[in-house]
Unconditional design. Structure first.
Length: 550
């Protein structure tokens, strides 16, 4: 009885129950939890050892190298940790491998470069949980290693000084969902706590919010708090790099939401890593020059535009291959590859192909006898579990339930496809490949009051693990002939119980001819807020409808 215990609208309580939140304390944490409700970072196994080794490096004036991944999560993790360590007066450098040349992860062949940097201590961020060879060789060369990661481990763990990874069974940390930036945030928090330093964590929270959303981490538990707090601070940005990035995205002095993080800020940062120019993004966040940052962000914007053009070309080719061979009707898991596809972009394309055909997809870029793959899955299917069972055919793989990366020899592709198809035939049921529109509850227009909207905004931010609520309203009248916008969308006015709202049906102009003035419908929709000339507007984002005469 959440509605009664917390004095919530019944519809809001229904949404919470549908998210698995069933008790008043759980609901209060979800709706109102803040930074003071974050777990003690020292609950994470390895945290004490990691902090002690870092502070030892500080006192001994040792050289620290931070090694990161080339995606948004990895790059921002590097920025956060390097900046935090530099405030302690320690000598620290960073190294991020090149996507095209080095591939993902901390590998033994990186050691000569780390030795050249004269490191005494290496800290990995957003990678390293499978770096057995590197950790062994580094130790033999007098370099200690601390691993911070959030990816699933292999059997056993590297023999590092400390491993911070909430996914590891022995971690003991209450929240297993942290992204790489979240783990680094906990490490920074622990260092400052151990030193008794009261530091403003605002700048770190901004970067955590971007990295968490860009990495498509679940917006539950601590992730939810970190992203919400970071979003609230972004409009106060003063650092030149982030300020320039917000400006080029048209977000300065605007209310920023999770969609802006995932589709405006994140892609521009990511474009640098995808197209082999990671240093551009890192320079942007380390530079103190407004003039330099202005130039860097323009180059990132150009890279993002180039990435979009490459992406569209690959998407067109992939869709044509699938449709020409009816692959989407023959296979439950789509596997395609080409020598002409850019491996820095295929992950984004895989996501779009997955959405178009609603089945898991793995795309490969073939280079020099190797196949570099990136896969995306539908919500209810764990792709990493399927990939894991084909591990003997792969040279390297990793990822999450919905996103994976893998590498294998080109010669192994036929055997890999056969193994995948065999698993897919038994693991991927018809039900998993059926698009579902899950309605949270009925909602009468009369219930959409200012008080309801206040409670609704407490559900933000939306994302994986906390999808935008879907409502159904019955007996709705269409008041005007729908306006076709950009030859793609429909816009019209709807009324129920005397309340009127503007409704938008995205990408439905060609398929929803039944919606006419005077129609009586039941509508399935989500709420959409927009700022128009500084005024907040509420629209209905229509996802489906049911005519009354059916």
């Amino acid at each position: 009885m959440l509605a009664q215990e917390l004095n919530l609208p019944h519809e809001i309580a229904a949404v919470l129950v549908n998210r698995g939140i069933r008790t008043a304390p759980e609901a209060a944490f979800f709706l109102y939890g803040g930074l003071n409700d974050l777990h003690d970072p020292f609950l994470m196994s390895g945290m004490k050892q990691a902090v002690e080794r870092i502070l030892q490096a500080v006192s001994r004036k040792e050289k620290i190298v931070v090694f990161g991944d080339y995606d948004v999560d990895g790059m921002l993790s590097v920025v956060m940790l390097v900046k935090a360590l530099r405030t302690l007066g320690v000598e620290v450098e960073y190294f991020i491998p090149e996507r095209m040349k080095d591939g993902y992860g901390l590998k033994a062949h990186h050691l000569p470069r780390i030795l050249e940097m004269k490191a005494n201590l290496l800290i990995s961020v957003d990678c390293g949980i499978k770096a057995f060879d590197f950790v062994r060789d580094a130790r033999q060369n007098g370099i200690d290693v601390i691993i911070t990661d959030h990816h699933h481990p292999a059997e056993g763990l590297p023999e590092a000084v400390a491993i911070l990874n909430p996914v590891v069974e022995s971690s003991g940390y209450p929240d297993r969902g942290l992204a790489g930036v979240g783990v680094v945030f906990k490490l920074i928090q622990a260092i400052f706590l151990r030193l008794g330093i009261s530091r403003d964590m605002t700048h770190y929270l901004k970067l955590v919010s971007i990295g968490t959303v860009a990495d498509v981490a679940e917006l539950k538990g601590e992730n939810r708090i970190l992203v919400r707090e970071g979003l609230g601070k972004l409009k106060e940005t003063r650092t030149p790099g982030l300020k320039s990035l917000l400006e080029i995205c048209g977000l300065n002095n605007k209310r920023i939401n999770e969609v802006d993080l995932g589709f405006r800020l994140g892609p521009r940062i990511n474009a640098a890593g995808r197209l082999g120019e990671t240093d551009l993004a890192l320079q942007l966040f380390f530079s103190e020059s407004e003039e330099e940052c202005s130039g860097l962000v323009k180059r990132l914007n150009d890279l993002n535009s180039a990435r979009q053009r490459i992406e569209e070309k690959i998407l067109k080719e992939a869709v044509e291959k699938i449709q020409a061979r009816n692959l989407h009707q023959k296979y439950r898991l789509l596997v395609l590859g080409s020598e002409n596809w850019h491996r820095g972009v295929i992950g984004i394309v895989a996501s779009r192909v997955k959405d178009l055909f609603y089945r898991p997809v793995i795309l490969f870029a073939y280079e020099g006898g190797m196949a570099f793959g990136s896969g995306r899955s539908v919500p209810e299917l764990s792709l990493i579990d399927i990939i894991d069972e084909c591990g003997s055919l792969l040279q390297n793989f990793g990822g999450h339930r919905q996103a994976v990366g893998c590498t294998l020899t080109h010669d192994n592709i036929p055997a890999f496809k056969e193994a995948l198809n065999r698993l897919a035939a038994t693991r991927i049921t018809d039900d998993l490949l059926e698009r579902k529109l899950r309605i949270d509850c009925r909602l009468n227009f009369s219930a959409i009051t200012p008080s309801f909207i206040d409670f609704y905004t407490q559900l933000l931010p939306f994302g994986v693990g906390n999808p935008r609520p879907e409502f159904m309203t019955e007996d709705v009248d269409i008041l005007n002939e729908p306006l076709v916008v950009q030859n793609r969308h429909l816009k019209f006015w709807v009324r129920q119980n005397g309340r009127v709202f503007e409704a938008i049906a995205w990408e439905k102009a060609k398929s929803w001819s039944e919606i006419r003035r005077g129609s009586g419908l039941d509508l399935a929709y989500s709420l959409q807020f927009s700022d128009y000339r500084g005024k907040k507007q509420l629209n209905l984002n229509i996802d489906d409808f049911r005519p009354h005469n059916s």
